[in-house]
Write a protein that binds this ligand. Structure first.
Ligand code: GLN
Length: 471
């Protein structure tokens, strides 16, 4: 079975027509994973009960209770809780942590009859852009194994691209759904902040985190999104449906912030392909307007202050006592804290805890954290204003295609700069989607990203489907 080219829509239709069972589909995914996961390292674990879940799904279909996702194999990022399974956030500190409940998104997928094949590799606690910060080895890009799959949801994107699953969930705090999805030639959606419940997802930066789908097509991403979206009182930032201001109009105007895009650091082919696709959209009849987002260029700086601040407070719960790994070698209580954390956390995680503690400390709070919060609000206003002039904003997702494994490892700043186009949507809280945009000379996937106003995911699906046909 050619899982690499099979979409959720197609598989679902085949199952409905009785031409395919979930057991066959899941077996084919597991077979692919058993063959190639040793090299790709997309899955940290393939679940023993995947086939049993598929049998339940097939029964559900026979009883006429199936949804589009019934029997569809999924790969789940290792920071999203599935009851009874390990969830380690790819960290040594949580190596043996077994989830005691399901995340909201998992409940939703279970109700729909989806099958979980396994948990996927990621940068430790979602901090990174290459999955090189995992305690369990890098995930390779299935399209070129000398390159990264992106991060932090690298395992989820690679699992879809390698034919180990038909859909995946990732989390996005500064681009971690969109960047790896794009590097692996797939579609990735970061919903509006507050749209999908974060209950049961391990927090990285609570004011930024969102869970979203990675899939092969816009239609598939939409099916997953519509299954997991919805108000949940257990997440106090989850927005009730009546407050979601739905826009009911076709997309006509596309805003392009050229001043943010035509900058040093963007690769020539990425820029050329982006311009070509914008030209094609113009020929389709869309009106293209140049928009100005003067403060958005500070998004990356703001992100790398706010995110570590939130990381440092979130990760303080891992003290060797309440959660996670405890050192065997401690004489004092202080030793328990310091050594457990030192042994359990990787280098990047420790770097961010230190940065976050610094920007929140007395004396620096006003200089860094408070200023970053203020600039963030200005950036939000800028986006609000921009969406009075256009229906969606277009940008590349990444300044360059997937980079070589090890090429940025020793330079954290170079790695942070890779997030320059994805971070603004997280800072403003608006939804954003990445769509494959052809390939470069070496055959590596290029990408295009669209953002829309808060809770207007429909506009992204609409323009996304147009772009899919054009490129
Ligand atoms: N690459 C970004 C970072 O390292 C984004 C991470 C994310 O979205 N989880 O923080």
């Amino acid at each position: 079975m050619d899982i690499k080219n099979l979409t959720i829509e197609e598989a679902s239709k085949k199952m409905e027509a009785g031409e395919l069972t979930s057991v066959q589909l899941v077996s084919a995914c597991i077979e692919n994973a058993k063959k190639d996961n040793g090299d790709i390292n997309a899955f940290l674990e393939i679940f023993d009960d995947a086939l049993a879940q598929a049998e339940v799904a097939d029964k559900m279909r026979k009883e006429g209770k199936a949804t589009t996702l019934t029997g569809i194999p999924f790969a789940i990022k290792d920071n999203i809780l599935i009851h009874g399974h390990i969830a380690s956030a790819a960290s040594k500190i949580l190596a043996n942590y077994v989830a005691s409940y399901d995340a909201h998104v998992i409940e939703k997928l279970k109700t729909a009859g989806a099958v979980f094949i396994g948990r996927t590799n990621m940068d430790e606690f979602a901090m990174g852009s290459s999955t090189e910060n995992s305690a369990y080895g890098v995930t390779k890009n299935p399209l070129d194994t000398s390159r990264v799959a992106g991060g932090s949801s690298g395992g989820s994107a690679a699992a879809v691209a390698a034919g180990f699953a038909l859909g995946a969930l990732g989390t996005d705090t500064g681009g971690s759904i969109r960047q790896p999805a794009a590097f692996c030639g797939t579609v990735g959606l970061k919903p509006t902040y507050g749209d999908v419940s974060r209950y049961g997802a391990m927090p990285m930066g609570n004011s930024l985190d969102q869970i979203g789908p990675i899939a092969k097509t816009v239609a598939d991403a939409k099916i997953i999104y519509e299954t997991i979206v919805g108000h949940d009182p257990r997440d106090n930032t989850s927005v009730p449906d009546q407050f979601k201001n739905k826009q009911d109009r076709p997309v006509k105007t596309i805003g392009v912030p050229w001043h943010l895009i035509e900058v040093d650091g963007i690769e020539a082919e990425t820029l050329t392909r982006f311009k070509e696709t914008i030209e094609k959209l113009k020929k389709e009849g869309y009106s293209i307007v140049d928009i100005s987002l003067p403060l958005t260029k500070y998004s990356l700086a703001v992100y790398y202050i706010l995110m570590p601040a939130e990381v440092s407070t979130n990760l303080d719960r891992f003290d060797g006592i309440r959660y996670g790994h405890r050192t065997k070698d401690a004489e004092t209580l202080y030793d328990v804290y310091a050594k457990s954390r030192g042994e359990g956390f990787g280098k990047e995680t420790r770097r961010r805890i230190i940065l976050g503690t610094y920007v929140l400390s007395h004396g620096y709070y006003d200089a860094y954290y408070r200023k970053a919060v203020a600039v963030r609000h200005e950036i939000e206003k800028e986006f609000k204003d921009a969406f009075t002039k256009c229906d969606v904003i277009a940008m590349p997702t990444n300044p360059a295609p997937a980079f070589k494994i090890g090429s940025k490892g020793s330079d954290p700043l170079a790695m942070y700069l890779a997030d320059v186009f994805t971070v603004p949507a997280d800072i403003a809280g608006v939804p954003a989607i990445t769509i494959p945009n052809g390939t470069n000379k070496e055959g590596l996937p290029l990408d295009i990203q669209f953002m829309s106003t808060w809770f207007d995911e429909q506009a992204l699906f609409e323009i996304g489907e147009v772009v899919e046909k054009l490129v």
